[in-house]
Write a protein that binds this ligand. Sequence first.
Ligand code: FAD
Length: 396
Amino acid sequence: MNFDLSAEQRRWRDTAREFAREEIQPRAERLDREQKFPYDITAEMAKLGLMGLTLPEEYGGSGGDFVAYNLALEEISRADTSVGITMEAHISLGCSPIAAYGTPEQKEKFLASCATGERLWAFGLTEEEAGTDAGGTRTTAELHDGQWKINGSKKWITNSGTDITAGVTVMARTGTREDGRAELTAILVPQDAPGYTRGPAYEKLGWRASDQHPLYFEDCRVPQENTLGERGRGFRQFLATLDGGRVAVAALSVGLAQACFDEAIQRAKERRQFGRSISEFQAIQFKLADMAMEIELARNMVLKAAWLRDRGRNFSREASMAKVFASETAKRAADQAVQIHGGEGFMEGSAVARYWRQVKINEIGEGTSEINRQIIARSMLREESAEEAREKTAAQ
Ligand SMILES: Cc1cc2nc3c(=O)[nH]c(=O)nc-3n(C[C@H](O)[C@H](O)[C@H](O)COP(=O)(O)OP(=O)(O)OC[C@H]3O[C@@H](n4cnc5c(N)ncnc54)[C@H](O)[C@@H]3O)c2cc1C
């Protein structure tokens, strides 16, 4: 077993770390306060190749592997998870499905401007009645004379309304399958498609410098050629998309947990009580030790899931495990970081207060902890049943 990163992976991690430390971290508090999307930061990240890190070089992406992407995402999120989620939603949710399922024409038309990061692409699945249960999708698409006519709405869609957004992949109900379930199809909708509009941005508890809007489709028309992959394969596509997304949200959580640790250890060394640094108290040392152990474990889980994906192996269970553990690690780390800061950690302007507010969404977005625990348990149960069946066959 080799835990060493390749030179290329180290290069991506270090590029992201340096940029995050110098250009993002000093502005994170203000970005959160002003709730403004940082166009200049996104443009700089595009120039560095970070906004297209795993996307094909043929279309202007950086062609990096999934391990490198998650290492970079951790570093960006360590400085600001708002910027982290902008990068993650663009690469994992927006562009990766086009790279995986798009035709050469679709890639030329939609991916080429986005793989460089100059433009952004969004992924619209969630609706009023369809959160965890994507089968509840109400948005419909009907074919008329070679054109899809889309009607319905989506909500909370990341990167959907910036000045540089090029479009969104919409998951729509295009019929009913034989088993009575919804037939879902992914359709590429450019920003200027007739009948497509967006509502105002949301006020949020965290990720406040990232961009989310409700989307409205009223007889929105796009050509049939904008179908992404096969008609009716949308459900499978989005499951695969979310597997990758879950690893990335886990990396984002590790970055945030690390930021909490960075602040906590600094404060522990500086703060004096009873004539001593509070870092000399065992109660504080144990908190730091627990944080460090959990972060190390969460990071290893992210890297293992990413490594499996890079080798084309099944990584669905590991993705869910990493997502649950890393997001809950980040929550505990944020809580302990505030505790170590005492009252100072409760004040507006304190970095750990901001982290404590921001951390919750990691347990919700791209599959809640409940649903990921179900995925893990079901995959273990399936494996057990398969094992039992094998034993029975061997005994016969
Ligand atoms: C800031 C932000 C950005 C987002 N960006 C995007 C985006 O870019 N694209 C997109 O499509 N979506 C996006 N989302 C939506 C996000 O993916 C959903 O919030 C998430 O999937 C959960 O859905 P929900 O919020 O409707 O919760 P619900 O599905 O209503 O769940 C509520 C609770 O019930 C539990 N629950 C539901 N079903 C079950 C079950 N079967 N068993 C046990 N427990 C269950 C859940 O775990 C949760 O605790 C975003 C959300 C936010 C807040």
